[in-house]
Design a protein around this ligand. Structure first.
Ligand code: NAP
Length: 229
């Protein structure tokens, strides 16, 4: 994929991975639409990138109509979509049987339903452009981890959906990529929707993980397992 002038929507653009991914995409000449919930942080990221100022759309993707609204705004501004890079997400930690209802709902909403709705909303534009959806799930989708049952299950569900979508959409020329990074030092584990993270080993460098994600876009890779990082 050629990133020069590529029209790319990045979700989670204010995050520890979203920001360096957006920076690299902008540096490669992509035209960007960036989304996250916090307008101020979005503006700050947009202002820090070189080239054309990206569109920013503040939205909570867990609200059912917001994935479509974000895609509509991006398509209108950019004139279509060559890629969607989905990085919005949140963590959660709880012993099995102790999860509260709100946390269970929120984890499923943010880590499973929101990206499924986003992909659904983006599909017409991606079909038209024969574009790419790069969906960041997590290493957790490759095997369960104690203390992260609900978080891991939401990511595994998303990985399963994305894998099926990749197979279904291949013939239409739409590439759907499941990227499953290992633990990365973005601070994600320190702002969980519920509970407290266990002591984790030193994670990957966010810059290196971001570079690897962008490489997967450029090299037309179809899957980025945790071992690829
Ligand atoms: N860091 C890791 O160890 C790791 C490992 C594997 C996979 N991942 C996955 O990689 C993705 C990015 O993680 P990260 O480490 O960059 O986390 P992060 O720094 O916490 O960033 C998360 C991003 O998601 C956005 N977000 C959260 N809830 C949202 C919502 N309801 N609606 C819209 N946007 C929302 C946040 O923006 P606002 O707060 O402004 O809304 C932020 O931009 C996540 O899906 C994560 O699960 C991370």
């Amino acid at each position: 994929m050629d990133l020069q002038d590529a029209r790319v929507l990045v979700t989670g653009a204010t995050g520890g991975l979203g920001r360096p991914v957006s920076t690299r995409l902008a540096a490669a000449g992509a035209r960007l639409a960036l989304t996250g919930r916090d307008e101020g942080r979005l503006e700050e990221v947009a202002g820090s990138l070189g080239g054309d100022r990206p569109l920013t759309v503040a939205a909570d993707l867990t609200l059912p109509d917001q994935p479509q609204a974000v895609v509509d705004a991006a398509v209108e501004h950019l004139g279509g979509l060559d890629a969607v890079v989905h990085l919005a997400g949140a963590s959660g930690f709880a012993a099995v049987g102790t999860e509260d209802d709100d946390a269970l709902d929120e984890l499923l909403l943010v880590d499973y339903l929101a990206p499924v709705r986003l992909l659904r909303a983006a599909l017409p534009a991606l079909r038209e452009a024969k574009g790419t959806a790069l969906v960041v799930t997590a290493v957790l989708a490759e095997g369960p981890v104690a203390g992260m049952a609900a978080y891991g299950a939401a990511k595994a569900a998303l990985s399963s959906y994305v894998g099926a979508a990749a197979k279904e959409l291949r013939r239409s020329g739409v590439r759907v990529v499941d990227a499953r990074p290992p633990h990365t030092e973005t601070g994600l584990a320190d702002r969980p929707l519920t509970g407290t993270a266990p002591k984790l080993p030193q994670g990957k460098d966010p810059e290196e993980v971001a570079a690897r994600l962008v490489k997967a876009l450029v090299d037309d890779e179809r899957e980025v397992p945790s071992s690829a990082f």
